[in-house]
Design a protein around this ligand. Structure first.
Ligand code: ADP
Ligand code: MG
Length: 363
């Protein structure tokens, strides 16, 4: 069994790019191929799925394998989805949709991203599978190689990242918020979204020459799903006032996770005009992305030829070790800009995605 092959999404040219006359150098040719053509470059890449500028958020959810990933998480697997690509390539848009203009002007439902669609899907699953799902969520960011809890009240403080034989890498004292289950599940999912948005506002963003709103931290939202089959009798007892205590279910419980990772963008310090504190940030971001790339290229080698995988090189790779390293299932979505100005980053994202295709898993 393998991780699903990474799909690629090419976003439309933004207004700014169109206004300044950027050329579109990336085209989808159909049949899962992306063609890059510019002055000295002419290359075609093949993927499991390619979403071009016209693809809807729904098409990305259905065509990327995200629905299957949610189902696998409910089945007890550790599942992870992350978008990668340079700043401004559409990672956050793909995961969460466009950010709401204001509190009373939320984004249109059609524009909601993989995350909200997965929540809806979880809810459908819990209804159709006659299983009782217990959900809880945790939300972390990695900023300047520090792990911080986005759900804890007060100023963010760094949490230690530890390793144990039974758990692998884990974050100590990480907060996890319960969504109780069953009847209230819809409310609780919405509540999680509120928490998420509250968390989002506290995410580190800083003015930046390339993209003012670019995220400078890696954010990881994990939904813990514990499922326990419920007998029909117990189910009836819940809907009508119980006459007697329902029989506890004897089915074993399954525990899966669904983790959404919004990576900070990669960029060259020189190009983006970062200086001082910003260049320390950029170096830390690039270091963890490099470590991630390095782990992925080693994992892409045939099992027998694999060297030691250096997960310990960054906090990001430690936290992703379980999902990348074979006991989890990871969906990676490559995000690229069609603009001629982004050519070199686009090529590197496409090469990276091609390499990730060869990573196998044994969930
Ligand atoms: P990243 O998270 O990779 O830095 P964003 O998701 O913030 O990039 O996207 C950059 C800009 O492009 C945002 O203004 C976003 O709304 C817009 N954008 C990205 N993808 C799309 C898309 N598929 N359709 C329309 N606009 C998009
Ligand atoms: Mg972003």
């Amino acid at each position: 069994r393998s991780h699903p092959h990474p799909p690629t999404r090419v976003r439309p040219l933004t207004c700014t790019e169109a206004r300044r006359g950027d050329r579109r150098v990336v085209h989808s040719l159909g049949g899962g191929t992306v063609h890059v053509s510019a002055a000295r470059h002419d290359a075609t890449f093949g993927f499991s799925a390619v979403f071009d500028a016209g693809a809807s958020q729904e098409a990305v959810f259905e065509g990327s394998g995200m629905r299957q990933l949610v189902e696998q998480a409910v089945d007890g697997f550790s599942c992870t989805v992350f978008a990668f690509g340079q700043t401004g390539s559409g990672k956050t848009y793909t995961l969460m949709g466009p950010l709401a203009q204001s509190e009373d002007q939320p984004a249109a439902p059609a524009l909601l991203g993989l995350m909200q669609r997965s929540f809806t899907c979880l809810l459908e699953q819990s209804r159709s599978r006659s299983s009782d799902l217990a959900l809880s969520a945790s939300y972390l960011e990695i900023y300047n190689e520090q792990v911080r809890d986005l759900l804890s009240p007060g100023p963010p403080c760094a949490l230690p990242l530890r390793w144990s034989k039974t758990h692998g890498f884990y974050v100590e004292n990480q907060l996890s918020v319960d969504f109780e289950s069953l009847e209230a599940i819809a409310d609780l999912l919405l509540q999680a979204l509120d928490l998420l948005l509250a968390g989002s506002q506290r995410r580190r963003t800083s003015a930046h020459a390339l993209n003012k709103h670019s995220s400078r931290s890696h954010a990881l939202l994990t939904i813990h799903i514990r499922s326990r089959a419920v007998s029909a009798r117990a189910r009836r007892a819940r809907t009508s006032p119980p006459m007697r205590i329902p029989q506890p279910s004897t089915c074993p419980s399954k525990q899966g996770t669904l983790c959404f990772v919004d990576l900070a963008g990669s960029e060259r310090v020189k190009e983006t005009g970062s200086s001082g504190e910003l260049s320390v940030e950029a170096n830390n971001i690039n270091r963890s992305l490099l470590a991630l790339g390095h782990c992925i290229s080693l994992l892409a080698k045939p099992q027998g030829k694999r060297a030691h995988i250096p997960y310990r090189d960054s906090k990001l790779t430690r936290l992703l070790a379980r999902s990348l390293g074979g006991s989890g299932i990871t969906l990676m979505v490559a995000c690229i800009s069609p603009s001629s100005r982004c050519l070199s980053e686009t090529l590197s994202t496409l090469h990276y995605a091609s390499r990730a295709r060869r990573v196998t898993a044994r969930p």
